[in-house]
Structures are given as C-alpha cells and as structure tokens.
Design a protein around this ligand. Structure first.
Ligand code: SAM
Length: 246
C-alpha cells in the first residue's frame, strides 16, 4: 500500500516512516510512500502558499493554485484523497479497516485556517476529523490516519495481535498486566496467574464490557445493536451496574 502525503513540512511526517514497525514494513516492501512539498508548487519568488480569507476574519488560508498543482503532480483526481479536518466526519476504526484495503491513499495536510473550499470540492473524497479538538496542523492528523491504517495492511503485524483489540465488536480492550506480579503493593488479578484459560477469557470479556460501559457508554449502545452482542453480555452488564450502584 502507498501513502502519498502533501505537506508544507515533509520533515514532520518523514520521522514516522523511518522508525519502528513502519520502517520495517517499508523495508519489507509492504508499505511505500511519497512526500510532496506543496511549497515546491508556489508561484512567486517568496514561495507563498497562504493568503487572507475573502469576507475577512483572522488567519490565513492555503492558496488553491499551489495545492492544485501539487495534487495534479500525483494524479490525485484518479486516487483516493483524504483531507484531515476538524469539520470532517469522525475517523473510526471502521474507516481504518476500509482504507487499509486501498492500494493508495493521498493525504492533504492543512495548515493555518485550512484550505480553500474549491480544493476540497474538486479533489477530496473524504474529510475526516481525528477528534473534537483543533490541532495546529494536518501533519499530525494525517499521521493518525496513516498509523491506524498501515498496521492493518496484511503482513505488517501478526493477525493475532489485532484480534482482541479495542473496537472489535465495539468494545474496548480489557486491562493488561506484565511482570512483576506485585508492583508497589498492587497485585495482578489472581485469575491471570491461574493458568485457567477459560476463566481468563471470561474475566477478560467481563472487563471489556465493564470498561466500555464506564469510559464509552456510546460504544455499548453500538455493540448492543450489533450481532456480536449476546444475552450473556446483558447479564454481565446488569451485574456490573448493580454492584457499582450498591
Ligand atoms: N480553521 C479550522 C477550523 O476551525 O476548523 C482549523 C484549522 S487547523 C488550525 C489547521 C489544519 O489542521 C486543518 O486544516 C487540518 O488539516 C488540521 N486539523 C486540525 N484539527 C484537526 C482535527 N481534529 N482532525 C483532523 N485534522 C485537523
């Protein structure tokens, strides 16, 4: 899979592609990438890429011409273009799964107050928000999308590592522990030391439901509506609510 990233700051995104699991995936040929510096497509001698907004207001906007030329240089009209933006639809794990099946994604990194709407209208296939807050740059947001997507590309990490992660069946992951068994007086739950696999699985399942209900009740509602939700889940949840409220 290929990630093509259009940015005013390639040095911010390049670090991610040169470290850890991503660097290995690139070495193994599972992931390829291309960075396009939007400034290379500026028209004037100052390499200007932003200007004031029509209608007034604070802040600058990315100019459409350099952006259009940068996008044309990678044939973006024939590719899947993602524009991270706070006013986009919230990016979810389901989106990451969907995007991981594409051969190439083009990511457009906004700066300043964002980009001229005509660029979005002409080139962008989807506008996604990485959360309900405003970042100063699209580079960080693009890397969020890249990171969520590339790890799902076949062969990048073992499929068993993806099996029990958060958001599978809309539930969050259970709490996890490593050595030592007692850390500053805090013990690892006994069931995890028992070696009894069925009980461990049961405990983990219960904890997923409890944690999701506590931290993300909205996801419990989604899970309830899915085929994965069982009668047993209802019972676990009822017990947890009763214990908590007691
Ligand atoms: N004026 C914009 C607004 O109020 O919606 C904010 C622009 S922000 C300072 C600059 C760039 O950062 C955006 O164009 C976008 O590319 C990126 N960005 C900021 N917050 C983001 C978010 N929550 N999700 C995705 N991208 C974001």
């Amino acid at each position: 899979m290929k990630f093509t990233i259009l940015t005013l700051f390639p040095e911010i995104v390049s670090a991610f592609f040169n470290a850890s699991i991503m660097a290995k995936a690139v070495d193994r040929g599972l992931i390829t990438y291309e960075f396009v510096n939007i400034r290379d497509f500026a028209f004037d001698k100052h390499k200007t890429c932003d200007d004031v907004t029509y209608g007034g207001g604070a802040g600058m906007l990315m100019l459409p011409e350099p952006l259009a030329c940068a996008l044309d240089s990678v044939d973006a009209k024939y590719k899947h273009v993602v524009f991270p933006s706070p006013s986009g639809r919230t990016f979810t794990q389901d989106d990451a799964i969907r995007l991981a099946k594409k051969d190439e994604i083009v990511l457009l990194c906004g700066r300043y107050e964002g980009v001229d709407q005509r660029i979005i209208d002409e080139y962008v296939d989807e506008e996604v928000s990485v959360g309900d807050y405003v970042l100063s740059s699209g580079e960080v947001a693009s890397l969020v999308v890249v990171d969520a997507v590339y790890r799902l590309v076949e062969g990048v990490i073992s499929s068993s590592s993806l099996e029990n992660e958060s958001f599978v069946d809309y539930l969050l992951e259970y709490p996890q522990y490593t050595k030592p068994a007692v850390f500053r007086g805090r013990c690892v739950p006994e069931v995890l030391l028992s070696g009894h696999h069925a009980n461990i699985e049961k405990w983990r399942h219960r904890k997923r439901i409890e944690k999701t209900y506590t931290n993300r009740p909205d996801l419990i509602e989604k899970s309830r509506k899915s085929d994965a939700w069982t009668r047993e889940n209802d019972m676990i949840l009822e017990e947890f609510i009763n214990e908590r409220d007691y």
